[in-house]
Each structure stands twice: as structure tokens, then as C-alpha cells.
Write a protein that binds this ligand. Structure first.
Ligand SMILES: [Zn+2]
Length: 205
């Protein structure tokens, strides 16, 4: 992860409120953004702003010491336990979400099929390549979450293109974790609700 941009990463990742737990004492708290500012609400409902300067100081210290203990940051920020949890959250999410896009990956189609075989219980986000680039396009009717077993994301006989899943107009983002994938979908498309295909209706909640 590029820790230099950690503050901006947090603004993106916590554009919808996310509940996290501190690593040391397992205390719940919520991170969220409002008007491009980052806030933390603790378990007692106290709200405070996390300042870009203290995040920069935290990052500098982290790069020096790589400590995962909040006490090692006490002289630069008292919010280290929140920032460490946020860092872990972003790192885990990055690790668990995989992209299959023909312009980013050699053999994206083969790798996508390998992923499907390895993760039959996983989830697939199908979206247009253009939805990441063009802000003029409304992605709400072309972006869908699927289960990995759904024939519309795994049966190539339904398509005429030789690489229908990742090589044509659409690409796929996959995860074994539905929540992580849904969050990633909202982040990329800026939609507040990402539609679920009928294959998921009986599957989740
Ligand atoms: Zn489906």
C-alpha cells in the first residue's frame, strides 16, 4: 500500500461508515467521511475529526518503526489505535478482492476461470470497463453482483465473443467475501446501492 496517500485512501474507503475494532482492546468504533473530512465515532458516541497532519505524522512513524502498538505513536497522535485498525482493514480488503480485466492482466480470461474453479462459493462483480473511466455513464443498470455459480458469469456458451467475461466490454472483480466485494463495487462505481442479480436473492440475507 502507498502509505503516503493513506489519508486519501481512508476518505475513499470510509465514504460509507464502517464499523471497526481496535486491535489491542477490541473496542468498536466507526470511521466515516463528511465533506472530504475523516471522522471517528467511538463506542460512547463521541465524535472527533482525524486531521490529515496527524495521519501524516502517524505514517511517518509507521514507516520508521513499523510498530502495530498504539502506544508507540502516543507522542504524534492519540488516534493510532483507530488508524492501525483502518490500515489493516484497507490492506485486508485489497488482498481479498481480485480484478480480472483484459487490459490489466495477461490471460485474464483463463485466470478468471481458475478463480471461479478455486472459489465456487465466491462472489463476482460484473461491470463495464467504461464505468471506471467515464463519469458521464450511469453504471446502475450495468453493474451487478453475482454468485460464482451463476451461469451468466461462468457459462461462456451463452456468448459469442472469445473472451466474453473479461476481454470484451465488461470485466470482473471477485472475492470470497461478499461484504468486501460490495464495498469495492460502491467505491468504484460511486453507487450507494449495487444491484444483486437474481442468483443472489435467495443466497444472502
Ligand atoms: Zn447471477
Amino acid at each position: 500500500m502507498a502509505y503516503k496517500d493513506f489519508y486519501h485512501l481512508m476518505l475513499e474507503y470510509f465514504s460509507h461508515p464502517v464499523e471497526l475494532y481496535t486491535g489491542s482492546r477490541n473496542v468498536p468504533f466507526t470511521l466515516y467521511t463528511e465533506e472530504q473530512k475523516l471522522f471517528v465515532r467511538n463506542g460512547k458516541d463521541n465524535i472527533s475529526r482525524i486531521d490529515p497532519k496527524e495521519v501524516a505524522a502517524f505514517v511517518e512513524r509507521f514507516e520508521e518503526a513499523e510498530s502495530l502498538l498504539a502506544k508507540d505513536y502516543q507522542d504524534v497522535t492519540f488516534k493510532a489505535s483507530y488508524l492501525l485498525a483502518a490500515m489493516k482493514y484497507i490492506t485486508d480488503r485489497n488482498a481479498s478482492v481480485v480484478r480480472f480485466h483484459s487490459e490489466e492482466l495477461d490471460n485474464s480470461e483463463v485466470q478468471y476461470k481458475n478463480w471461479l474453479n478455486a472459489n465456487p462459493e465466491g462472489y463476482v462483480l460484473n461491470l463495464r470497463k467504461r464505468s471506471e473511466i467515464s463519469s458521464e455513464m450511469d453504471p446502475s443498470n450495468s453493474t451487478f453482483l453475482h454468485s460464482a455459480g451463476c451461469s451468466s458469469v461462468n457459462n461462456e456458451r451463452s456468448y459469442t465473443h472469445s473472451e466474453p467475461f473479461t476481454g470484451n466490454e465488461y470485466f470482473k472483480i471477485c472475492s470470497a467475501n461478499f461484504y468486501a466485494l460490495e464495498q469495492e463495487a460502491m467505491r468504484i462505481t460511486k453507487l450507494s446501492i449495487v444491484k444483486r442479480h437474481s442468483c443472489l436473492k435467495s443466497h444472502i440475507r
